[in-house]
Design a protein around this ligand. Structure first.
Ligand code: GAL
Length: 366
């Protein structure tokens, strides 16, 4: 089969194109397999940065049979130029029934000239048959001029991985209930803040959201409800250690990528240096909510001080039986974000639960 010979460019960081020759816009993304209408395919969700940081391009989807050839499935969560867009057919179909107050809230999260939509991740819910997107919803909002002051989790729902997705809203999540505790630059006023986030579904179908909070000092892991559309327990009723856990307190980690191998849960993360890369770290646990044992830097080769110029976005279990797991990272280009590259590497499993990310160019999958 000709496809088997194809390579991943790995740390060479070649540009990636879809089948039509368009540059793939799926940054901060995630790949997973879905069966849609009886056909199993890979789906790659990510940030559309066609216009750079802003105007915000929303969330883009691609699909593939082999992880090499990608079909452009279009923008599945669209942003809006102005509130007048609610009268367009596309937005009318999604939000026509919403009261005006809700439309105002939705516009703030989808306002392409002010919003920030980062690190989108998708979940398929077997019970409801719906697809749910979680993303870092941020940007300028009334009373908040900064790009990262809103600090919420956005949730959208759709009937198919290719959309269209309807935004349900954006939310603060769990917080440590102590006004005197250390909340970093967020302060107690901005408790429950959410910046870099990811999701994880366990084999028992329980889903979790993993997010940086407390001014990015702490990694929270919270259980989602049965439909994956909200937290299992509202923040005001949640108990730390039961409904959510606080991990790596004061560790300043982001770019969370959780995966499971056998009975072990892994979490790869970066440090917090914006678009500039830094060394990765990983931890291992026996439960998605921890406790986590810190294992150090997964990168063993030259270039490890920048994770080979990448920042984690996801680890894909490509073929668990063959131990084939794929690390997906972003090589951000701060001066031309739309030209940021995708760095994909195999995860190597070593004795005693250790892993390694090798510095590999133009590699083939096993
Ligand atoms: C990174 C983060 C990205 C983006 C960027 C903005 O640390 O992982 O998703 O938010 O900061 O500077």
């Amino acid at each position: 089969m000709e496809h088997e010979k194809e390579t991943f460019s790995g740390t060479a960081g070649a540009r990636m194109y879809d089948e039509e020759g368009g540059r793939i816009q799926a940054h901060g993304g995630q790949i997973q397999k879905f069966t849609v209408d009886g056909v199993e395919r890979w789906y790659w969700i990510g940030e559309d940065k066609t216009d750079g940081y802003r105007p915000c391009g929303g969330i883009h989807m691609y699909s593939s049979d082999d992880l090499h050839h990608w079909k452009d499935e279009g923008v599945i969560l669209r942003t809006m130029q102005s509130p007048e867009a609610f009268s367009e057919d596309y937005f009318q179909a999604l939000y026509g029934a919403c009261p005006e107050e809700e439309k105002k809230r939705i516009f703030i999260d989808l306002d392409r000239n002010n919003c920030v939509i980062e690190r989108p991740k998708m979940l398929y819910n077997k019970k409801t048959g719906k697809y749910v997107i979680w993303f870092h919803a941020d940007g300028r909002a009334p009373g908040c001029d900064g790009d990262y002051g809103k600090a919420k989790a956005g949730v959208a729902i759709g009937d198919s991985p290719t959309g269209a997705f309807r935004l349900l809203g954006s939310y603060k999540l769990h917080y440590h209930d102590d006004p005197d505790a250390e909340y970093g630059f967020d302060g107690w006023e901005n408790r429950g803040s959410v910046r870099d986030l990811n999701v994880f579904v366990d084999r028992d179908d329980t889903a979790y959201v993993i997010y940086s909070s407390e001014g990015n000092r702490t990694t929270f892991i919270s259980r989602l409800n049965e439909s994956y559309t909200a937290l299992a327990t509202e923040p005001q009723n949640a108990r730390e250690g039961v409904d959510f856990t606080r991990n790596f307190i004061g560790g300043f980690k982001e770019a969370h990528a959780m995966f499971r191998r056998g009975e072990d849960y892994y979490l790869i993360q970066s440090g917090c240096t914006g678009w500039s890369p830094n060394p990765a770290s990983y931890a291992i646990a026996k439960h998605p909510m921890g406790p986590w044992r810190e294992m150090g830097d997964p990168c063993a080769d030259k270039g490890r001080e920048t994770t080979y110029d990448s920042q984690s976005s996801c680890v894909v279990a490509v073929d668990e039986k063959r131990d084939a797991y794929l690390y997906m990272g972003d090589r951000w280009n701060e001066n031309d974000l739309g030209d940021s590259r995708y760095i994909w590497l195999p995860v190597v499993f070593l004795p005693e639960g250790k892993i390694a990310l090798p510095n590999m160019e133009n590699w083939t999958k096993k």
